[in-house]
Design a protein around this ligand. Structure first.
Ligand code: C2E
Ligand code: CA
Ligand code: CA
Length: 572
């Protein structure tokens, strides 16, 4: 009897421990916010643990309930879940799957572990169900950030290139064409300047969303950069052709876009097309090609489309060849300067000279600065070239000053890249000081396009230089963006009316009227005016009668070597 009582006591004690363990298990299960399914096929034992109610609105009592659990999952994931729940794969003791729920919003991670007995049969199975919605959303967000442009929902540049590479691989196997299309909003800076960046972004977004409609099985699209979009069309002879896309774009841009502030904005776009395999075999090559011809479309007056063909290819190869030669030339500083005199229209007195760089390549061929300066700007070598021009022209100028003691001005062309360097102002000032030059003897010519790029920084630097006494001249006036009203706030001394105006000033009434207005307005604002590219006496006389202060051009003198300037100085 005692023995029996002892055994009952022992059992009670064991039960208590079991109860305690059970509580601990429950606590652990609950704290994980998971639901667990425990299943023993041999005995039919089926239990749920943890936060079962968070996932299911019915209890787990028998096998049919287990089948019912499938109902909570999204259709597309049901097969995978069914397999994880019910199908045992050999040597797969553990499986993990992230499944979407029916509501399309929540995600759960399913984790199954299986134990087998000696004969290899499943003896028990534990499945945990864990809500990973937050984690999944974060992952989606990170994925999105890595692959998409969040303004338009199009691919970003990197992902576009990656996808384009895949398309090209496929095209190579299937011997198909792939067209790369680059689309750029014309005069976007005007929209940005006029409306502000916020609404500028809205334009980029609205147009991007419109373009997104072209995306399909055979078309991938991206916001490539700023207001530039890139598309790739697989087999453009197929369902989606370049023409059809271009027509739809033109149709859309013929109507204004409505912004959230109620205003309406209209714009045109320029397109460049480069086709695989004709324009290149690699993704970057094609993108470059499309960009090159897109820029050609801009040069051709915007609102048009250009295709990369063999002509462009040759031109491109040519510029690559020049780029390579230019590298060598910069190393050896194989440049020299010409100077073009400028004269006052009133008394024909020599006002000064403009320094113009010259480069004879290794074969002795002269390469126009209009060709190689843009290349030097692209590669950055314009900085050393510009330093050399400034230093060389200033020291030559001071030599003349000492020898001929003639009061004049040296004009030097400065590229936007030079302006953007933080040490630009100090460099100019130290060159002046080192050479004992008077600051007002130096005039820096800056083209309008520089101003458009980054007006605030550039204007600050122009002001600093003017405070020091250096003159600032606006070059090529009338070719770019500048309007007369825009001139008002510019810290400049001189305005150079572009040659294109002078070219047609005699034959074209409206050009004459515009030029007259420019000269008058510039005069009122206190600028001196220079007409450049004056080739005939008639042009000169007309400009003089319109009140233009200074004349520069072949009629009076071409750009000449320094020795010829000395001959002129001997005679003045
Ligand atoms: P730009 O500053 O507008 O220079 C005037 C250009 O017009 C020069 O061409 C000059 O030779 C040419 N020109 C002057 N008068 C006449 C004329 O009556 N008829 C014709 N048909 N042309 C005339 P160039 O020397 O070929 O220079 C072209 C451009 O290269 C320059 O245009 C300037 O933007 C750039 N450049 C030249 N030298 C430098 C430099 O040292 N630094 C920088 N950054 N750019 C330079
Ligand atoms: Ca110039
Ligand atoms: Ca010019």
């Amino acid at each position: 009897m005692d023995d029996l009582l002892y055994q009952i006591d022992m059992l009670k004690a064991a039960n208590k421990t079991l109860d305690a363990n059970d509580k601990i298990y429950k606590l652990i299960c609950n704290s994980f916010k998971r639901a667990f399914i425990y299943y023993k096929p041999s005995t039919g034992v089926l239990n749920s643990y943890g936060n079962w109610d968070d996932y299911f609105d019915f209890p787990l009592n028998d096998y049919s309930d287990l089948i019912r659990t499938l109902d909570i999952f999204a259709d597309e994931d049901k097969d995978a879940v069914r397999s994880l729940f019910f199908i045992e794969k050999e040597d797969l003791h553990e499986q993990v799957y992230v499944a979407k729920l029916k509501d399309g919003k929540r995600f759960v991670e399913l984790h199954s572990i299986v134990n087998t007995d000696l004969s290899g049969e499943v003896s028990e199975k534990l499945i945990s169900i864990n809500d990973v919605t937050q984690k999944q959303n974060l992952k989606d967000e990170l994925m999105f950030m890595a692959y998409y442009d969040f303004v338009t929902g199009l691919y970003n540049r990197n992902y576009f290139i990656q996808k384009l590479k895949e398309l090209l691989d496929k095209a190579e196997k299937e011997k198909t064409i792939v067209s790369v299309m680059m689309i750029d909003i014309d005069d976007f800076h005007k929209i940005n300047d006029g409306l502000g960046i916020i609404y500028g972004d809205e334009v980029v977004q609205d147009f991007g969303i419109f373009l997104r409609d072209f995306v399909c099985d055979t078309v991938i699209g991206s916001r490539f950069d700023g207001d530039i979009y890139a598309f790739a069309i697989y087999d453009p002879a197929g369902a989606t052709s370049i023409d059809s896309i271009y027509e739809k774009i033109k149709e859309r841009t013929s109507k204004p876009f409505k912004l959230t502030n109620g205003s309406e904005i209209s714009f045109t776009v320029s397109l460049g097309i480069a086709e695989y395999p004709e324009a290149g075999s690699g993704a970057l090559e094609l993108v470059n090609g499309a960009e090159i011809v897109m820029l050609k479309a801009k040069e051709a007056g915007k609102n048009t489309i250009r295709y990369f063909d063999s002509l462009v290819l040759n031109e491109f190869k040519n510029s690559v060849a020049i780029e390579n030669k230019l590298k060598l030339a910069v190393n050896n500083m194989d440049f020299y300067l010409n100077f073009q005199p400028q004269y006052y229209s009133s008394n024909k007195r020599l006002r000064g000279v403009e320094a113009l760089i010259r480069w004879k390549d290794a074969e002795g061929k002269l390469v126009s600065p209009a060709m190689f300066i843009p290349l030097a700007e692209k590669s950055g070598s314009i900085i050393s070239i510009g330093d050399w021009v400034l230093e060389t022209s200033v020291s030559k100028f001071m030599e003349w000053k000492k020898r001929y003691d003639y009061d004049m001005i040296l004009s030097v062309n400065i590229s936007s890249i030079q302006y953007k360097r933080p040490d630009f102002v100090t460099k100019v000032i130290s060159t002046i000081n080192r050479n004992d030059m008077k600051p007002e003897e130096l005039e820096l010519e800056i083209t309008e396009s520089v101003l458009i790029d980054d007006i605030k920084t550039v204007v600050e630097k122009m002001e600093e230089l003017r405070d020091f006494g250096v003159k600032i001249s606006i070059d090529d006036f009338g070719t770019g963006f500048s309007s007369l009203s825009y001139l008002k706030g510019l810290p400049a001394d001189t305005l150079k009316v572009d040659k294109s105006f002078i070219d047609s000033i005699l034959n074209d009434e409206s050009t004459r009227i515009i030029t007259q207005a420019v000269i008058e307005m510039a005069g009122k604002l206190g600028y001196e005016t220079v007409a450049e590219g004056v080739e005939t006496e008639e042009q000169m006389e007309l400009l003089k009668s319109l009140g233009c202060d200074i004349i520069q051009g072949y009629y009076l003198s071409k750009p000449v070597p320094d020795t010829e300037i000395e001959e002129i100085l001997l005679r003045v």
